[in-house]
Design a protein around this ligand. Structure first.
Ligand code: FES
Length: 190
C-alpha cells in the first residue's frame, strides 16, 4: 500500500536509497570482520616474543645420570620447536651443552656448560686426550672445570643452571641460555 495514503506526512524513500543503506551496513560489517581477522594474528605477532622468551628460560630434559661417566664430558644437543605467528616449524637443534659428571656425593652431581665459546661464539670441543676443552677458531682452551688455560677467552666457559629429579637414576635438566661474547662478564642475551 502507498504510505502516503496512510499518512500524508510519511517520508517516501525511493527503493534505491533503501538499497544503498543496506549495502552501506553490509560493507561496514564486512570491514569490521576483516579488521578482527587481521587484529588476531597481529596480537599473536606482538605476543610471540614473550612466548618464545618464556620457553627459552625453561629447563630442558637432557639426559639420565647413568648416561654419564665421572670426569668424562659429553655433549648433548638442545632441541626446540620453533614457532612464529603462523607456522610451527619441526623440532631442530638450537645449540648444545657439555655435561660433566662429578664424583659421587658432589653437589651438584653434574656441571653443565654452554658449548658456545665466550670468545666469539664458536663451538667448543673436547681435547683429543679428554683433559680439557679447546675452541678450534682461535685456540681458547679450558680445564674440565671450564677455567681458561690461556689468555684468548675473556672469561671461563659459561656454566648453566641444572636441576635433577630424585630416584636412583635422576634426570638431568638444564636451563639453556646464551651469553654475550667477547666480554669479561657473563651476561645473558635477552
Ligand atoms: S671463538 Fe673460540 S677461540 Fe675465538
Amino acid at each position: 500500500m502507498d504510505p502516503a495514503r496512510i499518512n500524508p506526512n510519511a517520508e517516501i524513500r525511493p527503493p534505491d536509497t533503501q538499497r544503498r543503506n543496506f549495502l552501506g551496513l553490509a560493507t561496514a560489517a564486512i570491514g569490521g570482520l576483516a579488521a578482527m581477522v587481521l587484529a588476531v594474528p597481529g596480537a599473536a605477532f606482538v605476543l610471540t616474543p614473550l612466548r618464545r622468551k618464556g620457553k627459552e628460560s625453561g629447563f630442558h630434559s637432557i639426559a639420565r645420570l647413568s648416561q654419564l661417566e665421572v670426569g668424562v664430558p659429553r655433549s648433548f644437543a638442545i632441541i626446540e620447536e620453533r614457532r612464529d605467528s603462523w607456522v610451527n616449524y619441526p623440532k631442530e637443534p638450537v645449540g648444545s651443552v657439555w655435561l660433566v659428571r662429578q664424583p659421587a656425593g658432589s653437589d651438584p652431581p653434574v656441571i653443565a656448560f654452554q658449548s658456545e665459546c665466550p670468545h666469539l661464539g664458536c663451538a667448543i670441543n673436547l681435547k683429543a686426550d679428554r683433559s680439557g676443552f679447546i675452541c678450534p677458531c682461535h685456540t681458547s682452551a679450558f680445564t674440565l672445570e671450564g677455567q681458561p688455560t690461556n689468555h684468548v677467552p675473556p672469561r671461563p666457559m659459561d656454566r648453566l643452571e641444572i636441576e635433577t629429579t630424585t630416584g636412583s637414576d635422576p634426570e638431568i635438566r638444564v636451563r639453556f641460555q646464551r651469553f654475550r661474547t667477547a666480554i669479561e662478564e657473563k651476561t645473558p642475551l635477552a
